[in-house]
Write a protein that binds this ligand. Structure first.
Ligand code: ADP
Length: 471
């Protein structure tokens, strides 16, 4: 099957979060299954290797034609089409510009103009998150009369429902979407243009990145205003758990960690702990339970329940290493809390190599998320034998089994209520098991035994594409 996989980010070319990991690894797994998958993404400033020039192409928008250049490169054998349009993308960051609506509206349209320029026509266009979602609306409206597009089907994956891409009516006019789409059954959402809604309405299949999150987004609590629409589309909505790239995240071969190890040499992991303690200025102490966290410092990731219990966690004799960027208020409090301490360090930056050292060096990994579409941190931790302490929501609930409840099957610690007290209780249980020692090694080994590869999920995506083609 020919599949065009469109994403605003893809590791290692450009990664902001989990979407980058998925776009950098799922297409590879689909190619292994024999599908002709190619990626489409904007060429940002960080993508320095220019890539081979395919040719110029123009995208009509805002009453004029924008001349862009199509280039190709690859990610481990997966062909990548780079949409090179410097006015929108030759910038240091991927997101968070005032004109993101124009930038990704342009991208959504360019995805459909790309096949002609590339002389390669996909059977399925796989859209990811709001940045690409408008392509589904263009395909079914402005492009509907063009026979070349008639057999193309679309799949939209929602990696995070909270980010919808909402903009004013003027953007709708600028983009040139068909006027008939401006209504509550189309792309309009309370007087605004909603990119993600457009994708949900017009894509042939919609899925999200874990079965539990697929259910949760149909509730008022986690539906972010789109739960009604999602319930009405339940028949074309599913959940497929993400995998991780087990070559990138591989404790046996990881070049970024001081000491490699496998399940049969798991005791060597302690070298990574020692080295992480040393580089972080913590007391070098094998017995102190070390809690790691790598992620965005936001409410979604549970920082509002984590912050108040950090002193209690440290009071248990534990150590904490955080690698996070996010809301200023959290960054400032974390810096203030960690100042001058030998049991806590807060790295407030984005650092891929340090993330690997934390996944490998910590005993536990904290992920107290308020909601979590899938979550990669807990899966990466399992791969490194680092025991996750997580809240039972979304993909966390689908990947982690509580060891207190299921001593023979558990691979981590789960808590249900979204409160500081419930989080602290799970941390207590973790510290207790670490201290007691009994069952600790078995827990490590079970964590490392989990199948986290894309193999199973890639097959589910292939079935989803088949379903879309039959639609
Ligand atoms: P998100 O909601 O942010 O996408 P995920 O758990 O799905 O959360 O994925 C986060 C990814 O980003 C993981 O690969 C994690 O290791 C990485 N990451 C997050 N913050 C940082 C950081 N400050 N430095 C390095 N890597 C980070």
């Amino acid at each position: 099957m020919r599949i065009l996989f469109a994403s605003a980010e893809a590791y290692p070319l450009a990664k902001v979060g989990g979407l980058g990991d998925v776009a950098g690894s799922l297409p590879k797994a689909l190619r292994t299954l024999g599908h002709d998958v190619r990626l489409a993404m904007p060429r940002y400033q960080v993508i320095r290797a220019a890539g081979e020039e395919v040719g110029p192409f123009s995208v009509a928008m805002g009453g004029r034609r924008h001349e862009a250049l199509l280039r190709t490169t690859d990610i481990d054998g997966v062909p990548v089409y780079l949409i090179d349009h410097p006015p929108f993308f030759d910038r240091p960051k991927v997101y968070e510009y005032d004109d993101d609506g124009k930038r990704f509206g342009f991208f959504g349209k360019a995805i459909l103009d790309l096949p002609e320029a590339a002389n390669w026509w996909p059977e399925v266009v796989h859209l990811n998150d709001w940045h690409t979602a408008l392509a589904a609306a263009f395909l079914r409206t402005t492009h509907a009369t063009d026979a070349r597009y008639r057999d193309i089907r679309t799949v939209l994956t929602i990696h995070n429902l909270q980010h919808q891409g909402r903009f004013g009516r003027e953007l709708f006019d600028w983009l040139g979407l068909s006027p008939e789409t401006w209504n509550p059954e189309g792309v309009e959402f309370y007087g605004q243009l909603n990119f993600l809604k457009a994708g949900i309405v017009y894509a042939d299949r919609v899925n999200t990145v874990s079965p539990t999150y697929a259910k949760e987004i149909q509730t008022a609590e986690l539906g972010a205003g789109l739960d009604g629409l999602l319930r009405s589309r339940a028949a074309k909505l599913s959940g497929i758990l993400n995998g991780i790239d087990i070559d990138v995240w591989n404790p046996a071969k990881d070049e970024w960690i001081p000491q490699t190890y496998t399940r049969s040499t798991v005791e060597k992991k302690s070298k990574n702990k020692e080295s992480l303690q040393r580089e972080s200025g913590l007391a070098v102490d094998a017995k102190a339970p070390l809690f790691g966290l790598v992620g965005r410092a936001t409410d979604q990731k549970g920082f509002d329940i984590l912050m108040p219990v950090i002193p209690d966690i440290l009071a248990l004799g534990a150590q904490i290493v955080l690698l996070a960027t996010g809301e200023k208020r959290y960054e400032e409090s974390l810096a203030a809390m960690a100042k001058g301490r030998r049991d806590m360090v807060a790295y407030l930056k984005y650092d891929e190599a340090l993330a690997h050292r934390i996944y490998a060096g910590a005993d536990f990994f904290l992920m107290p998320s308020r909601f979590e579409p899938c979550g990669l941190g807990q899966m990466i931790s399992l791969r490194y034998g680092t025991v996750p302490v997580v809240r039972a929501t979304g993909g966390l609930a689908d990947t982690i089994t509580d060891v207190t409840e299921s001593p023979r099957k558990g691979n981590g610690f789960l808590f249900k209520e979204y409160t500081p007290g419930a989080l602290l209780d799970a941390v207590h249980r973790a510290v207790e098991l670490h201290r007691r020692g009994r069952g600790w090694k078995a827990l490590h080994l079970r964590a490392m035994a989990a199948d986290l590869s894309w193999t199973t999920s890639a097959k589910e995506y292939a079935s989803l594409y088949e379903g879309a083609r039959a639609a």
